[in-house]
Design a protein around this ligand. Sequence first.
Ligand code: UDP
Length: 483
Amino acid sequence: LQDASKPHFVLVPFMAQGHTIPMIDMAHLLAKHGAMVSFITTPVNASRIQSTIDSAGELDIPIQFVPFQLPCAQVGLPDGCENVDRVLEKDQVKKLTDAYSMLHKPLVLYLRQQTVPPSCIISDLCQPWTGDVAREFGIPRLMFNGFCAFSSLCRYLIHQDMVFENVDDGDELVVLPGFPHHLEVSKARSPGNFNSPGFEKFSEKILDEERRADSVITNSFYELEPLYVDAYQKRIGKRVWTIGPMFLCNADRGTMTDRGAKASVNEKHCMEWLDSMQHGSVLYVSFGSMACTVASQVEEIALGLEASKRPFLWVIKSDDRTTEIDELLPEGFEGRTRCRGLIIQGWAPQAMILSHPSIGGFVTHCGWNSTIEGISAGLPMITWPHCAEQFLNEELIVNVLKVGLAVGVQSITNRTMKPHEISIVKREQIERAVVELMGEDAGAKERRTRAKELKEKARKAIDEGSSYSNIRQLIEYISIRVT
Ligand code: UDP
């Protein structure tokens, strides 16, 4: 694995599926284009991504997965609590970020032992401590934030210009100064996980390291959002490397199965079911890796899907883990929709499903990975944001790219909220959106045509276009810096 002729990229993801999965794709992409890669993880996370690691081995791609034990006990976390997905309380997230920063010493030690010294660190926005490690080795730190350029720019402007400083009402709309066009944002619908009480120092460190970072890597492609890539780049005064959609570099190489976790469905059965459905007829419904659906919302979705009369493949992650999913579903629902519905409870092989020709639409929570996967599959989308930057992504999908239809979510939903605090999307809203998206009126056809065009552009960008040339330039840029 150690090849002195190659630049050595050290990748430090944040330990949540939505952050780790694209970094694994990045590792593959860099290795494929001739870099040596060390991927820093933890034993618990390494076991979760084992299948992806194995497939990297099979592909003979030189990635070293380096599992460091997190000092959980030292920060008051139970053993094995290594992943944000499993950590429900905010104060535990805080402890977890502290535990990560304690990897500073072991990482330095590891890097000192390498025959090939590190050339750069690419780390998640939420791993700001890696800036100090990079400086210790005199190498650049490149920041990966998992957002698209549109939402990155919004986030940057909101934080840098303290847009909500004097805003108390979370729903108050504020015009975002410095944005390329008129855009109104609200505090409640903007990314701010780390701006809550207790996170002030961490948040400050993130911003500081963002300013000090050499450049920024984005899992998007230039042709998708040129206005925002240019504006973001100009505003932060550094290079924004658009190298996505990164997962496409492996889409034909077997790494689409068990992506991020072991699927809770027999993948062959799932594909056979899709094979049996009509081309472009099935709606895929999934809200990513973190969001859980409360029982009353499960019922509304079920009745909305049933009333739409469309085929569906629905991934349910219920917040109520003690109850079997069929107990949450309306009585007789499964029987009535048996011929046109498939439910996966738990983890779905999403990228594989989305690329199946029977899928014709995607109900998404607008996490950026899901969004870019939907775009790459050429699918029109029903947008159903829950939290983080998802409301900003919804704006991009619906009003800028015009490939989506908003289901009409009014307020934020996150897994720390109590069921009564969550505002439920009603079955009629769901039915209306599904019928409209999957229908044949002019708007639906235009959405589909635009989505197909974006699919073509995405494929071209990674195969031979802007993302392909950016990844090569990036490797060359780092190689030159170390020689
Ligand atoms: N994912 C998956 N199966 C699931 C849920 C999620 O493969 O059942 C993958 C999905 O394809 C995407 C990632 O997990 O790559 C989720 O990231 P996203 O940014 O969409 O949302 P998050 O989970 O961070 O909210």
